[in-house]
Design a protein around this ligand. Structure first.
Ligand SMILES: Nc1ncnc2c1ncn2[C@@H]1O[C@H](COP(=O)(O)OP(=O)(O)OP(=O)(O)O)[C@@H](O)[C@H]1O
Ligand SMILES: [Mg+2]
Length: 270
């Protein structure tokens, strides 16, 4: 059975897409079979991946034309169901009302049903959520075993974490087994005293949830997403070119994955 993980935070720009793409790339390089879904109508996950930016198939057409998951291959172990600018919350609800396949279903359980054919075919399903708590994100939570919450070292962002944890708690009525997998501190600058203070605050407030390794702020993270190159491929290219600076974002994500696999009681073979 696949482990399904929503990556969410209603705060924008905290690293949801970066986390999804990094976990997908690194876990697939470890031979785990991974499917990533781009749930955001901004399509950032699609745009930062090495695939056609306007693919013929996307999540919207998979849902409402094919009525089954159809994806694009990124590497031998990684498939992506690309995003669509049509996947706006209101448009999603309107489409459901007219679609014979779904019109009598609970509108929050559409993704849960849609993902069933993937359950035996892969090890992980990651969903990159848009920065809101609307119907598509609610579908992601209803379909997930776990929620992973990226955040940044800013006090405003800490308020957002409580809101997401409350949302997960409320979702237990619909999905009784959903658990927070963890809070991931991203864009951490260890030389900045505010970052250090927020990091310590987060460790005190969420000792069982915060991942021990923060993802350091690192320009190479921006570079590889901008170029549409997988993080593992970019790390390989930098190594071949003998670029002296460390790709700290890549090193940090590998540590986070070790911790994540431990939390999930899965084998670590990084
Ligand atoms: N550790 C990091 N170091 C440097 N830049 C980063 C890091 N993590 C993310 N970024 C950059 O920050 C920006 C926002 O990241 P990202 O798009 O992953 O956030 P998001 O939460 O998905 O945003 P949105 O809410 O708009 O979907 C991107 O340009 C990304 O390349
Ligand atoms: Mg995003």
């Amino acid at each position: 059975m696949a482990i399904t993980i929503s990556i969410l935070n209603e705060k924008g720009g905290v690293g949801k897409t970066t986390t999804c793409s990094s976990l997908g790339s690194i876990l697939s390089s470890m031979s785990y079979k991974v499917v990533m879904l781009d749930l955001d109508p901004q399509n950032d996950l699609t745009l930062c991946s090495p695939i056609d930016p306007n693919p013929d198939i996307n999540l919207f057409s998979s849902l409402f034309v094919h009525h089954k998951p159809k994806g694009v291959k990124i590497n031998d172990h990684l498939i992506m169901i690309p995003g669509s600018n049509q996947l706006q919350p209101l448009n999603f609800v309107d489409k459901l009302k007219l679609d014979l396949e779904y019109q009598f279903e609970n509108p929050r359980l559409i993704l849960h049903q849609f993902l069933q054919p993937l359950q035996e075919k892969c090890d992980f399903i990651f969903m990159d959520c848009p920065p809101n708590q609307e119907i598509v994100v609610q579908n992601a939570l209803a379909a997930s075993d776990y929620a992973l919450i990226p955040t940044v070292p800013h006090s405003f962002s800490l308020n957002g974490i409580n809101s997401i944890l409350q949302l997960i708690q409320r979702f237990r009525k619909l999905n009784s087994t959903i658990e927070p997998l963890g809070i991931l501190m991203n864009c951490y600058d260890q030389r900045n005293s505010i970052d250090q203070a927020v990091w310590e605050m987060c460790q005190e407030e969420y000792p069982n949830l915060i991942f021990n390794t923060p993802i350091r702020i690192n320009t190479k993270m921006k570079e590889h997403t901008h170029l549409g190159i997988e993080i593992t491929e970019y790390a390989k290219q930098l190594q071949e070119k003998r670029i002296p600076q460390k790709f700290s974002g890549y090193e940090d994500f590998k540590e986070v994955i070790k911790e994540m696999l431990n939390r999930l009681k899965l084998e670590v073979h990084v």
